[in-house]
Design a binder for this molecule. Sequence first.
Ligand code: KG4
Ligand code: ZN
Length: 332
Amino acid sequence: MLVLGIESSCDETSVAIVENGHKIISELTHSQIATHQVYGGVVPEIAAREHVLHIDHLIWSCLKNANLNWSDINRIAVVNGPGLVSSLLVGINAAKTLSWALNIELVSINHLKAHICANNLNKNPKDFLQESFICLLASGGHTQILQINNYQDIKILGQTIDDSAGEAFDKVARMLNLPYPGGPHIETLAKTGNKTIFKLPRAKVGEFDFSFSGLKTAVLRLIEKTGLENLNKADLAASFQEAVCHELADKLIKASLKNNCFDIVIAGGVSANQRLRELISEKANELNIGQKINIKAPFLNYCTDNGAMVAAAGYLCPESFGLDFGVYSRAK
Ligand code: KG4
Ligand code: ZN
């Protein structure tokens, strides 16, 4: 089955044609990072206008590059939420128009489920996602630990009560005068730093919940007190990254242990972080479940927003078109 996936929920206009939920036939992305970088974050009105400028030619070129005709496309999958409403509307309108004009099935995709389905992209069948599993979804908008029994039965075991992990990376990067989006820049800088220099606070919240606003404020106060010019930025980046990744890895592994589910999946932009991936294995070893757990992670280029993950979800967990704001039930 060939699915055309369309992603326009934030600052990436991205389209892809994917076969059977894993094999990428063609993909094209217009990233708006350079446009928003001057503002230090995404400006919704500008993002929506950029999507309008690029969505048509990306879709047509994607089809042309794949050497396909519209009659070859079995389904169109578009992200319906969560995301910036004005940006989402651009992708949704393009998808609806194509579906109506060409009589191709249209399905709705939850952006968070699409991140999870990115785990199947370019993978061998033996490594495909298999329900059920525990998932850490850490992106710019969300940070959650989920128990996924199947794609219609998702329970939130815990989530952030304030900032998402990605947001914390972006805001601390800004304090360190690093470009947007901050995660990859902090990770690169952290490689040359000493992660034990700064003792940063860990929030005391629910068993599998997160809070990163106190950590963010602690970095800000440190900079205000000492002055950025007197601080070793690499040490601060490394200490901050350690604090965030430690929290994420620790709670993920504890959730796996508590729920007796040793299949673990990570997803979302922050899952690209190598230190996070290392720490998940380290924590599993510390709790003596290193041999038992099976950790799946997307290939690095598919951790952040992309159209291919939407097409993968369009194969695996399509939903009929309607409003979907990405709300799951919270575990009792
Ligand atoms: O999943 P995503 O592309 O967008 C949302 O759905 O929100 O995630 C973007 C977020 C940004 O906050 C970015 O700084 C973060 O993911 N990110 C990273 C890394 N790469 C991207 N954070 C930490 N380490 C990385 N290597
Ligand atoms: Zn995303």
